[in-house]
Design a protein around this ligand. Structure first.
Ligand code: BGC
Length: 523
């Protein structure tokens, strides 16, 4: 078989057609319901103790830190109360050895140190003044910054600022931390440095995204869903409190405000369908999982998110390359059956190393419109040590990368569709929905579908490298949404998807603010 047919054969393995989408949506809805009722399910459906989304009028100065990807961010956020905010931030890469440290103290003391550096740099007067007054016992409670801790891993939340780590994801692995309260771990190290900071709220990045989107997006309807499609993937949505029976039926749970009748639920959809009832499973998915630090879990995430798509592409390309009969990355003038003399792959090439191909290559492939795929060929040469790539080779990489990206987007649509259907938002808006936690305000923003009345808009806030940088991601998502019967073309038009940057900063600050209010009320 020629290279073109082989490329098509591999690309076809990543097909995830309309029937598969519909079947997965049904399974997602089933798992959502199950997760609301009991613990230990595939979709964790974690109650976040956040019971309302903001409306843009909130004000004040807050701090936030963000742990969950390659960088640790520290920010202070001034909420202006008119849907705008100013943010000051610093960012440091997390040293690789701390992600897999022996003890959590190593990681958390590093985090507290970064908070100290930030305060010295950006809030020096406040910080030194506090330290001085602390020595004489004259410091005041109001001087302490309320901090929202964005911690983007599965956590069993037991209060607004209390949560036990269930498992690590995204390459982190510090076994000693599993089962511990991550807020207490951070507070202990903050206190050891005498910083004027109180960990007021524990926030998943998806919850932060939902809050940030609701604060900044004008319109009458509160945001339904905050979703991340980045290094990892996950979503948090507004659920009716009385459906969260695993929380409401228990007596011994932390305090939360019941008056809104809502509860933001962190689905932890990265682990949707770990048992592979409906998820696709190619030989490349199987190999990736087997060689990962957490085989058998985060199976949805392993097919969608940025941490994994590059590796899937690498395994698919390697499968072709390792077959001496397939002319991928071969010098045309050399003998066909001698693998080594025909290779164009340089020692150290990312193609030959686990995690050696970055997901950004998929975005480059999807965006390359140049004749003969010049950009793809240059990237393979400069960044991946694969030289003299032919246009046919580049076309093969492009085709397989596109199939992997399309499948990721169509799988993402499964989660969005299930949540839109399950929350009943497709039904015509009722008075209750219109006047819910978000009072009416503003006009429809520009990205809104002009012909959809504002009260019918189903607003979704998204963030992450994939949704931001992968060309055509949203188009693929929308195509799949239309294929789901309950949504169709009419329903899809009502879905407004908007980027919500800084969820882990402003979103966390907003939750710290709400947490402050709850603390005041219960005092
Ligand atoms: C984590 C989630 C997080 C998501 C996006 C996943 O690996 O389990 O908690 O929201 O990544 O960062």
């Amino acid at each position: 078989m020629g290279l073109a047919q082989e490329a098509k054969r591999v690309a076809d393995e990543f097909d995830f057609g309309p029937d598969a989408v519909r079947k997965a949506v049904k399974e997602f809805i089933r798992e959502m319901d199950e997760g609301l009722q009991k613990e230990g399910t595939e979709l964790s459906q974690i109650p976040t103790y956040v019971t309302a989304v903001p409306n843009g009028t909130e004000k004040g100065l807050y701090m936030a830190v963000d742990l969950g990807g390659t960088n640790f961010r520290v920010c202070s956020i001034q909420l202006h109360g008119n849907t705008t905010f100013s943010l000051t931030q610093s960012k440091v890469p997390i040293p690789r050895e701390l992600m897999v440290a022996k003890t959590s103290k190593e990681l958390f003391s590093f985090l507290a140190k970064q908070i100290e550096e930030f305060l010295k740099l950006h809030h020096e007067d406040h910080f030194t003044g506090y330290l001085r007054r602390r020595q004489t016992g004259e410091h005041k409670e109001e001087e302490i910054f309320n901090l929202g801790f964005t911690f983007s891993f599965p956590v069993q939340q037991i209060g607004i600022n209390k949560g036990l780590l269930m498992r690590w994801t995204k390459g982190f692995d510090i076994q000693e931390a599993v089962g511990q309260d991550v807020c207490a771990l951070l507070q202990t190290e903050i206190d050891a440095l005498h910083l004027p900071v109180r960990v007021a709220a524990l926030v998943n990045d998806t919850v932060g995204t939902l809050m940030a989107r609701s604060y900044t997006s004008p319109g009458k309807t509160g945001t339904l869903l905050g979703a991340i499609f980045g290094t990892g993937t996950n979503g948090a949505y507004v659920e009716k409190l009385d459906k969260v029976t695993k929380l409401t039926s228990k007596a011994d749970v932390g305090a939360y405000d019941k008056s809104t009748g809502d509860m933001i639920v962190n689905t932890e959809w990265g682990s949707f369908d770990n048992s592979l009832r409906t998820l696709p499973n190619t030989p490349y998915d199987i190999e990736l999982d087997a060689k990962s630090v957490n085989p058998g879990i985060q199976m949805f995430e392993k097919r969608i998110s940025g941490m994994f798509l590059g590796e899937i592409l690498r395994l698919a390309l390697l499968g072709l390359y390792n077959d001496p009969n397939i002319p991928l990355f071969r010098d045309e003038n050399s003998a066909q059956n001698d693998v080594h003399s025909t290779t164009q792959i340089h020692p150290g090439s990312g193609l030959m190393k686990q995690w050696g191909i970055d997901t950004s290559l998929l975005s480059i492939c999807a965006g390359d419109q140049s004749p003969g795929y010049r950009v793809i060929r240059q990237t393979l040469d400069n960044e991946y040590g694969i030289s003299a790539v032919s246009a046919e080779d580049a076309e093969t990489v492009r085709e397989i990368a596109a199939a992997i990206g399309r499948r990721a987007a169509r799988l993402s649509a499964v989660a969005i569709a299930a949540i839109v259907i399950e929350t009943g938002r497709l039904k015509p808006a009722t008075t209750e929905q219109k006047d819910g936690v978000n009072p009416p305000r503003g006009n429809v923003e520009s990205e809104g579908k002009g012909d959809v009345p504002e009260e019918e808009v189903i607003d979704i806030g998204v963030d992450g490298s994939l949704v931001e940088f992968y060309p055509g991601f949203e188009d693929h998502v929308r195509q799949a949404l239309r294929e789901v019967e309950e949504i169709g073309t009419e329903g899809e038009k009502r879905v407004r998807i908007g980027i919500a940057k800084d969820g882990s900063g402003v979103g966390a600050a907003l939750i710290a603010l709400v947490a402050g209010r709850v603390a005041d009320d219960t005092d």
